[in-house]
Design a protein around this ligand. Structure first.
Ligand code: ADP
Ligand code: MG
Length: 448
């Protein structure tokens, strides 16, 4: 392993235009990938992890240029840390996003992709052997006997048998098909492989086998790999380093050991908390990640995770139970977006044989607190009085008034974009809580 990155991704963006009407006027953009940066060293496996919808696949296909990036650089074999001399226009000669036909063709040999569904890379009408051998043919190997020899050898190296060459994809299980897809990815002797959720579609019982095969192959072939998964436990099996992605951005990156033993971003903590532990007595905080990833068309302001973060910062004047503060902000957001409809609560409470208007306000108010995890009373008197006024307004159907009351609750996390904090050893995170007060525009409340 040299100390030069094989791949350097710099401020990569992929925005999908959102269009409207018959003229397809662009009315916005889905910022699926919104400025990510990382290096992958030779022989290294970097994990890219995050919930579904975070932008992992978009990042992968932009890096390998199955899709055109909106902005940023992907420098492959850049020729050293300092990089090769840049062109006069400031572009980098090894920037994949700028490659023309010939360079792109060469890159397509050097970088291969494995997908979640192995069938997607196998033609059902071709024997698996010729599917793999086709790659060699396309890249100029005309000797048929030689092609067969190479493919048979490769089939054995991925744990299958040479005789399988003449069989068809439907004769194989999911795990075997993924082995064939791997052979197909390896046959041109690439330097870099992107594996997008390669075991997610497989039976749990065979996942470990395929992961260990990937580990062996990666070592044997000296490959660099970008390994994508939504599952932290899978990432731990194969990755040297891990990048945690949330809503188009990388919120934490570092050595796998460091990220797992000492996570620095609340999102990472939440993902780790979802891993089932074999030992139920193990005392680990159970963090429930509620809701889903918001739309990348209008991502939340400030820190994009603030709408779901269990550690969202309280504004200076409050010192509430953290879970109450979280519930209060979620309640505020739902009132603001109109997701809370008191009349439907009234209807639900009235049941079959009661008129909704006969449900008294007190019952509605109690129910609102129950449904939104709000306590009977908040520990802070001012906060409680504001909340009460808002809930009173809601019960009477004055949603706008409630909205206005609740708008006094705010968090620095929605106002300020977090900067990167360096925890040493290449371990970085982007969370306001990790920044010193001096670095932050708005001073933090005293930490306990
Ligand atoms: P992941 O692989 O992490 O599940 P994706 O990269 O598939 O995430 O998607 C990221 C976001 O980009 C999602 O919100 C998705 O809806 C959006 N997206 C993906 N492809 C397109 C597209 N072709 N047009 C518009 N939005 C897209
Ligand atoms: Mg995906």
């Amino acid at each position: 392993m040299t100390d030069e990155p094989l791949l350097s991704v710099r401020n990569l963006k992929k925005h999908y235009p959102i269009t409207e009407g018959i003229l397809s006027k662009q009315v916005g953009a889905a910022k699926a990938v919104d400025g990510i940066s990382f290096d992958i060293e030779e022989g290294e496996t970097l994990g890219l992890v995050g919930e579904s919808g975070c932008g992992k696949s978009t990042a992968a296909s932009s890096i390998i240029r199955l899709e055109e990036a909106t902005d940023g650089e992907v420098i492959f074999n850049g020729g050293g840390r300092q990089g090769r001399t840049r062109n006069q226009d400031g572009s980098h000669p090894n920037d994949i996003t700028q490659f023309e036909d010939e360079e792109l063709k060469a890159f397509r040999r050097d970088a291969q992709m494995i997908f979640q569904d192995p069938s997607s890379s196998l033609d059902p009408r071709m024997t698996v052997g010729s599917s793999v051998a086709e790659m060699l043919l396309v890249h100029g190997m005309t000797d048929k006997e030689r092609r067969r020899e190479i493919v048979e050898d490769l089939l054995e190296r991925v744990g299958l048998e040479a005789e399988y060459y003449d069989r068809y994809p439907h004769e194989f299980s999911g795990g075997q098909k993924q082995r064939i897809a791997l052979a197909r990815a390896l046959v041109l002797n690439p330097e870099f492989i992107v594996a997008d959720e390669p075991v997610s579609a497989l039976d749990v019982s065979i996942r470990a086998e395929i992961l260990s095969l990937l580990n062996d192959i990666q070592e044997e072939f000296g490959l660099s790999m970008l390994f994508i998964s939504h599952d932290m436990s899978v990432v731990r099996e194969v990755c040297d380093r891990v990048a945690v992605m949330y809503l188009g951005e990388i919120v934490e990156i570092g050595d796998t050991e460091d990220v797992f033993s000492d996570p620095q971003h609340p999102y990472t903590e939440a993902l780790l908390s979802a891993i089932p532990t074999p030992d139920p007595t193990l005392d680990r905080e159970n963090i429930e990640l509620k809701g889903t990833v918001p739309s990348p068309i209008s991502p939340p302001s400030g820190c994009r995770f603030h709408t779901r973060c269990h550690k969202v910062i309280q504004s200076g004047e409050y010192d509430l139970e953290q879970s109450d503060w979280r519930a209060l902000l979620t309640f505020r957001d739902k009132v603001q977006t109109g997701e809370i409809d008191p009349s439907s609560i009234r209807n639900a409470l009235s049941g079959e044989d009661m008129d909704p208007s006969d449900v008294d306000d007190e019952t509605v108010k109690t129910q609102l607190r129950v449904e939104f995890d709000l306590p009977e009373t908040l520990s802070d008197r001012d906060a409680e009085s504001t909340l009460q006024t808002a809930i009173d307004a809601l019960a009477e159907g004055r949603i706008e008034d409630a909205n206005e009351e609740l708008s006094v609750f705010s968090t620095p996390c929605e106002k300020e974009e977090p900067a990167e904090t360096d925890h040493g050893n290449g371990h970085l995170s982007s969370c306001l809580r990790n920044q010193s007060a001096a670095e932050r525009a708005e001073p933090a409340p005293a930490d306990d």
